[in-house]
Design a binder for this molecule. Sequence first.
Ligand SMILES: [Zn+2]
Length: 604
Amino acid sequence: MTDTLPPHWDLSQLYTFGSPGLERDMGELKELSHNFLRWRERLSDPGFAPEEFKSALDELVGLQERVERLAGFADLSFSEDTADQRYTSFLGVVEEAAADLANDTLFFELWWKGLPEERARGYMDSVAGHRYFLNRIRDFKPYTLSEPEERVVNLKEVTGAQSLVALYDSITSRYRYQTSFLPEPALLGREEFSVHFRSHDPLTRRGAYREFYSVWSAQGPVIGQIYQSLVRSWRIENVVLRGYASPQSVRNRRNDLTDEAVASLLKVSREEAPKVFGRYFAKKALLLGLPRFTRYDVYAPILEESGGPIPFAEACSLVDSAFRGFSPRMADLAARVAADGRLTARLMPGKRSGAFCRSILPEDTPWVLMSYNGRLQDVFTLAHELGHAMHSMLAADEGVFQFQAALPTAETASTFSEMLLAQALLKGETDPKRRASLLCHVLDDAYATIGRQAFFALFEVEAHRMIEEGATPDELSDAYFRNLCEQFGDQIAVPPEFRWEWVSIPHFFHTPFYVYAYTFGELLVFSLWRLYEKEGPPFADRLIRILSKGGGASPADILASAGVGPLDDDFWRGGFKVIGEFVDAIWMPPRHTRGMAARWEKSP
Ligand SMILES: [Zn+2]
């Protein structure tokens, strides 16, 4: 690659393995967490004063910070080398300590949740900085059962839903897929195999999807049965026992979104996504020179990466200048990650795959892990993860309980950062082929997180309803297939094996109704992008205001405080409009030269 290696982080800023500091902090955490139990008696005293409440909460903050630091170190060392057994076992030790802490402090949360409104308000005034966090705990009061009931639910959960999810994971992680469509077939796991869905060769893509779903459909009815039980258990606990309005509204409450806002998001996505992505896929078909575009071709790449690898230093300066053009303050924050030794981008054996940004404490520069290969995709990953880091640094004032953004807004800074990079790259790019490829990069992502996830969410709502009415796994597959046909419209053929796709989506099993948060987050960014295009540079301050709130208010309130929203049909339609403009911007070569081997000409 290049003569200078990408950087590797310096974890010794946190701890060193076997050092006295690490031992001491582990010991102190146990001691202090036990010590916290002494508050239990004080809480039942009617004379428990607001100053005492503040002291108890300060202690809780201290405990949380300690456990975050230890857990952060354990996570990061494990990610750096997943094969090192010292790290795996330390991870286990810290997880246990965190569970002990949660147990030792649970009484405080239960007491707080059960407090009459007026008394709670009196205490709240003494700790205004944690207001949202404290209010959130109380929001769930109406859905909380008695203590003995909660205990039964918790205990039964381990052998109930949790064990079904574990069973799903262990059955499906054993699946292997045969690459019989390649000259030298091999048997691969899911991650390695999935790259063939993005092959340049249409026959490879088709072969890969057929093999993938033939494996999943063989056990489809059994996996479907696991799903039925999970859905029933979800409903019994949340709707029947806890009294939530619907299976989905549990998740909406946890995301602090109203049922109406989510319904509006899904309704508009159902109307707009098939139109705008249908238009995109029609253009993509022409760029690829395919006479007929099918579901197999959705992720087909437009062109092979040309030129050599991009040196890491160049990637950094591309990202930096994209950020700097928007907001020098944001660029400075992002630059701190590498400067403070918090970035690992080097390829190393045993390193965790993928990429992430891990914030440990609000006032601390976050840690970023990725494996830099010099592809354009890696430059986007760098921008994405540095966006997360920036978000967390901007929200430092919110404190340990509130600085991390909640699910629906967690991808705002990261996705916006990718858009800034795409914009900067487009500005400097005159070659129409590479311009089209950049636009397709943005649109492929937009499809995967907006259109696809919205239709997943719509299916989930329907599946929960159908199972309540006694539907079989086969009937669910039929419903899923109808959902796909609606999503892709008349122009894009959906081959029949896709009817079992739903059993291969882990989120449906692990975290019901999780997926719409992707649609929410990414479509939100397109809506924000629209404001940026309208307002120009002054918009940077508004975005910073949004990001600085971290997770310190509900998503709707955070946006409203920067004058963004309300989250109604028009708002979401605005996001789709911007996606449509990206589709329009793809320049098409003259008809006779279209296709893979087309002779590209300069755009007029
Ligand atoms: Zn992300």
